[in-house]
Design a protein around this ligand. Structure first.
Ligand code: FAD
Length: 397
């Protein structure tokens, strides 16, 4: 087995129209399944989507804002909006808070709509062609096989060969660790605590952000798997790295998603106490009334220089979505970026399949067009955080 090739040493392989590349997608959350359905629409037939989880669950949360461009992509692959957007408000209410009292509010509009992770994920997966999805398949290695194609190493299973491997495996991406090991996650200095309170305030129709300086409390109704309606909330709160370790007995760059059973009583007490000091009592009550919480420490990463990596003589690997670069949730760009990158990557493969476009050259062009948007989103996150007093670089009060 040879190791991964250097970016500049792969020889271009010219394809005739009709060549069917074999594609392996790692990650069946949002980015991976969107790409799979776009490839299906483009006429690709040899696609396998692998996910480590035997049963998928939200890695990164409940309510997710998707911009019109991303919503339109989903529409174009036959996923109509009414299936995953139960509440159609585009209005955003931002409430300033001083001494736990409202000190004014502004109304703006989000150029898209709010949905929820499980609604999109279910809508996408139920449209998969037979045999495309392999759950419970943890990828742990990538080599090149004797035929010059990529070989994915999968725990408790034989290797899988592919012409193109797409890593859409999230914030702690195995693909990124294998292809771009120097870009490590850095803790951003605050945590998104999340939960779903069983009742919904009567006046909660719009995405609402309650923003005392140094924290943020976001609320929106969510339709749960069983059809019931709850209040999905996210509380952004500053914590030093040491505090995170003390509260959750973990390193924030390793445990990037904290499950309900990992939230200690001490962490709950600590966070609820802070919420009571910072937020109006009604907001703190919502947090306290929520039985199960999750948490996502906010992480940063250096901007990527590449998205495409040659593997062996003929194959390529690609990083997409959070696997390429997790961006701060305040930007509301993570899922949007993943869907946009998947769309332009699918266009590249369609040109290859239909018209014999040179795949390595087309992939380089795709990378050159897509990278600037990733850099912009990575820069925006810390700026937005600083303006709200969140993270390692708070602006002066
Ligand atoms: C609080 C919060 C709010 C957010 N709000 C928004 C928003 O409003 N708008 C927005 O656009 N984004 C938002 N995001 C970001 C968004 O949730 C993520 O960007 C998005 O989920 C990334 O999708 P993904 O498919 O790239 O990766 P993920 O959702 O992380 O999925 C990765 C998948 O890969 C699988 N996997 C991991 N490792 C392996 C392996 N070795 N082998 C096989 N499978 C593997 C996992 O099981 C998982 O299913 C928010 C995030 C947070 C934390």
């Amino acid at each position: 087995m040879t190791a991964l090739a250097h970016p500049h040493t792969a020889s271009p392989a010219l394809a005739a129209p009709g060549d069917q590349p074999t594609v392996a997608i790692v990650g069946a959350s949002i980015t991976g399944p969107t790409l799979a359905l776009l490839l299906h629409q483009a006429g690709l037939t040899n696609v396998t989507v692998l996910d480590a989880s035997p049963r998928l669950h939200a890695q990164a949360g409940g309510v997710i804002g998707l911009e019109h461009t991303a919503l339109d992509v989903l529409d174009s692959i036959g996923v109509p909006q009414h299936e995953f957007v139960p509440f159609t408000s585009e209005r955003v209410v931002a409430v300033k808070v001083a001494d736990r009292r409202e000190a004014g509010r502004t109304h703006t509009f989000y150029p898209g709509r709010s949905t929820a992770w499980h609604l999109i994920n279910t809508a996408l997966l139920q449209r998969f062609p037979e045999g495309w999805l392999r759950l419970g398949s943890r990828v742990h290695g990538l080599t090149s096989g004797p035929d010059g194609r990529a070989q994915l190493r999968i725990a408790d299973a034989g290797p899988l060969s592919a012409d193109l491997v797409v890593f859409a495996d999230g914030r702690r991406s195995t693909g990124r660790r294998l292809l771009d090991p120097d870009r490590e996650l850095r803790y951003g200095g605050y945590v998104a605590w999340r939960g779903q309170a069983p009742t919904v305030p009567q006046d909660l129709h719009d995405y609402t952000r309650i923003e005392p300086y140094g924290a943020g409390f976001h609320l929106f109704p969510i339709q749960r798997r069983d059809g019931s309606i709850a209040t999905d909330w996210t509380l952004y709160l500053n914590h030093s790295e040491q505090e995170f370790r003390t509260l959750l007995a973990a390193d924030p760059t390793r445990r990037t998603y904290v499950l309900p059973h990992q939230i200690t009583a001490h962490a709950r007490e600590h966070v609820t106490g802070h919420a009571r000091q910072l937020l109006p009592a009604t907001a703190a009550d919502i947090i306290e009334a929520t039985p199960a919480w999750t948490a996502a420490p906010i992480v940063d990463i250096a901007p990527p220089e590449r998205m495409v990596y040659p593997v062996g003589r003929h194959a390529h690997a690609v990083l997409l979505g959070d696997a390429l670069a997790p961006v701060r949730p305040n930007t509301a760009r993570g899922a949007n970026s993943g869907i946009e990158q998947a769309t332009s990557l699918a266009a590249t493969l369609r040109q290859h399949l239909r018209y014999g476009a040179d795949l390595p050259v087309a992939l380089e062009g795709w990378q050159r067009r897509a990278l600037p948007a990733v850099h912009d989103a990575l820069q925006l996150g810390p700026k937005l955080g600083a303006a709200l007093g969140l993270g390692h670089h708070p602006a002066p009060a």
